[in-house]
Design a protein around this ligand. Structure first.
Ligand code: NAP
Length: 340
């Protein structure tokens, strides 16, 4: 898809509307988007026994329709389970933040079925139980609520204790919360995890076309006062491009999934979303596997396996990146590490 294919009304639509609720649950029953090149999800869920979630029982039915996932995500998870098979060749060890629902869970499910070793991340033990039940075969589930920077620091310790990863996908993100919360979950936490976790060979950061309306807001970052969703998605894209520049031996990109039918996509009571759910997670899979032509790209803002040209100019501005990293270092007390 080209950048111009993003409807110019998307931003205003995503930012208006009514609360999540019955409308969302009604929308969850509609058909999932399709790719022409791939078979349709069956709509049935695989007949698999629930697995133990540890001390906490998993909530909802398999894949948590109406609890933490839409019907579209659940159908896509079922399709992955039935249709994706192991990759012939090298496999990777991959960590995905926010992988108990939505695009992160789809990415985790796909990579697991391809034979990779996957560590999931959930916000708490309840959600960890959910993802253990939904995705049998995970190597491990790390926990931590990214709204709380102390939990994020502890999460970095959990990840480092597991040893080295080939790929980390910074996927977790919140929408519709107060600006101070969005600063913590969407920007300061991925920054802290980037700075505190032993860097893998490849990093991807989930951003959004709403970054186009974002600003750097250095004073708000320094004061912890908060930033909007669009600001947070600009910042995380700039963290990605800065990391690519400062860590030239590593592959680092920002990835926009499109407006897709996860719970976040339906957040404002929207009953339809314009973009393909499958395309919304396949760029992350394509990068992680790194076997297809062009998948060795670095330092870019990607949309559906293409370099996006409709990007805020700050994303590729090294001086702006350095000013942003300095403000993040000041706010967190953690400097962005140089490449060792
Ligand atoms: N959906 C879209 O149209 C869209 C468009 C542009 C960009 N994005 C971006 O794509 C990424 C994936 O979003 P999605 O659509 O898959 O949303 P989603 O279905 O809401 O899933 C988000 C995942 O992140 C986790 N998460 C959120 N805040 C967290 C926190 N404070 N601590 C720990 N985990 C947290 C969620 O955990 P719980 O399940 O426990 O809440 C969930 O597993 C996000 O970064 C989002 O900003 C999405």
């Amino acid at each position: 898809m080209t950048p111009n294919a993003i409807p110019c009304t998307r931003r205003s639509l995503l930012l208006t509307g009514t609360a999540l609720g019955a409308v969302v649950l009604a929308a969850c029953t509609s058909a999932p988007p399709q790719n022409a090149s791939t078979p349709a999800p069956t709509g049935t869920q695989p007949d698999r026994p629930p697995t133990s979630g540890g001390d906490v029982g998993a909530q909802g039915g398999l894949y948590g329709v109406g609890v933490y996932n839409t019907r579209q995500v659940a159908d896509e998870l079922a399709w992955i389970h039935e249709n994706i098979h192991p990759l012939a060749g090298d496999t990777k060890r991959i960590l995905i933040t926010g992988s108990a629902a939505g695009a992160g869970q789809l990415c985790a499910a796909y990579l697991l079925k391809r034979g990779h070793t996957v560590v999931a991340h959930a916000r708490n033990v309840q959600r960890a139980a959910d993802v253990r039940r939904d995705l049998p075969g995970l190597e491990h589930v790390v926990t931590g609520d990214l709204l709380d920077l102390d939990e994020t620091r502890a999460l970095a310790g959990q990840i480092n204790a597991l040893g080295d990863f080939d790929v980390i996908i910074h996927n977790a993100g919140e929408y519709g919360l107060p600006d101070g919360d969005l600063l913590n979950s969407n920007s300061l936490s991925p920054y802290l995890l980037t700075a505190l976790v032993t860097p893998p060979q490849q990093l991807s950061y989930l951003t959004s076309d709403l970054h186009l309306g974002g600003s750097v807001r250095l004073d708000e970052v320094r004061s912890g006062g908060g930033i909007s969703y669009g600001d947070s998605k600009l910042h995380v894209a700039m963290i990605a491009t800065a990391a690519a520049r400062l860590w030239p031996s590593r592959q680092v990109n920002a990835v926009a999934p499109g407006w897709i039918p996860t719970l976040m996509g339906f957040h404002n009571g929207n009953t339809s979303t314009p973009d393909s759910l499958r395309d919304g997670y396949m760029t992350q899979v394509w990068l992680a596997e790194g076997v297809e032509p062009g998948s060795d790209v670095t330092g870019e803002f990607l949309f559906h396996q293409q370099v996006e040209t409709r990007v805020n100019e700050l994303v590729h501005d090294p001086q702006a990146q350095d000013r942003l990293l300095a403000a993040y270092a000041e706010q967190t007390g953690v400097a962005f590490p140089s490449e060792s």
